[in-house]
Design a protein around this ligand. Structure first.
Ligand code: NAD
Length: 255
């Protein structure tokens, strides 16, 4: 009886997923926060392209998980980025997630480590954003999310290069938001606090992590999924009137 009743009932109208028909590019998307972001955007209906520098295994695994594709691209090379975007065709959602750390006190910091971090955490966003921008302008729609850090807001001893790059990314975000807002393209930043990934595993001991958790009002470590949820929100229709914003995801650590 139940079956017949259900069959005769008209199908409920379900709204299509909000990013259906959109292509999302997540740089450094093979693991960590990038992987969680790729999954979150795929769940919103986007076709996801995961860009990776060298870890093809992790990127292919993520791509398989989200039913998308993986593409090799070192985002510090402008020409490589241009070629990647051309091969993808159109990019509606760009998440500038690729990043790295090379920590040291300034007196001991090598110029090469300064340059490397500025290239990886800041100049990469210049290359990718420039490459996708004309397509977004033509489409009169786009979402750009830049992965900065609370360190870009507060500073951190031993991370002058990283903090400078991430602070630069915030200025970049706000400038781009003003440049392209008239075409319904938003550009926002997400600023995670501490999240356990390969990036932090090497530099933060268990004692430092315990201390950070103690100072965090929400009394726990953040997860890659916590950060991905913020990115997903900024790409959702609900965030259509939000641009140039820096969304801090740190359990309250920086307040
Ligand atoms: P992760 O090391 O797992 O991810 C970084 C990814 O970027 C890696 O896949 C790496 O291969 C990729 N990458 C680095 N250089 C690249 C390049 N030149 N071209 C292409 N890909 C490149 O670390 P994560 O913690 O997931 O970091 C993701 C982002 O979040 C980074 O921008 C990082 O600065 C930021 N972030 C992380 C934390 C944290 O606590 N984990 C806090 C604040 C901000």
């Amino acid at each position: 009886m139940g079956v017949a009743g259900e069959a005769s009932r008209p199908a409920a109208a379900t709204a299509p997923p909000p990013l259906e028909g959109r292509t999302a590019l997540v740089t450094g998307g093979g693991k960590g926060i990038g992987r969680a972001t790729a999954i979150a955007l795929a769940e919103m209906g986007a076709s996801v392209v995961v860009a990776y520098r060298s870890d093809s295994g992790a990127a292919e695994e993520t791509a398989h998980q989200v039913g998308g594709s993986a593409v090799q691209c070192d985002v510090t090379y402008g020409e490589a980025v241009q070629a990647m975007v051309k091969a993808i065709g159109k990019v509606d959602v760009l998440v500038n997630n690729a990043g790295a750390v090379r920590d040291n006190l300034l007196l001991r910091m090598k110029e090469a480590d300064w340059d490397y971090i500025l290239q990886t955490d800041l100049t990469s966003a210049f290359h990718t954003t420039k490459a996708v921008m004309s397509g977004m302008l033509r489409a009169r729609w786009g979402r750009i999310v830049n992965m900065t850090s609370v360190v870009g807001i507060t500073g951190n001893p031993g991370q002058a290069n990283y903090a400078a790059a991430k602070a630069g990314l915030i200025g970049f975000t706000k400038s781009i938001a003003k440049e392209i807002g008239s075409r319904s393209i938003t550009c926002n930043a997400v600023a995670p606090g501490y999240v356990r990934t390969e990036l932090t595993e090497a530099s933060l001991t268990d004692e430092i992590v315990a201390e950070l958790v103690k100072r965090t009002p929400l009394q726990r470590e953040g997860s890659a999924e916590d950060v991905a949820a913020a990115v997903a929100f900024l790409c959702s229709p609900a965030a259509g009137f939000i641009t140039g914003h820096v969304l801090v995801v740190d359990g309250g650590l920086s307040i």
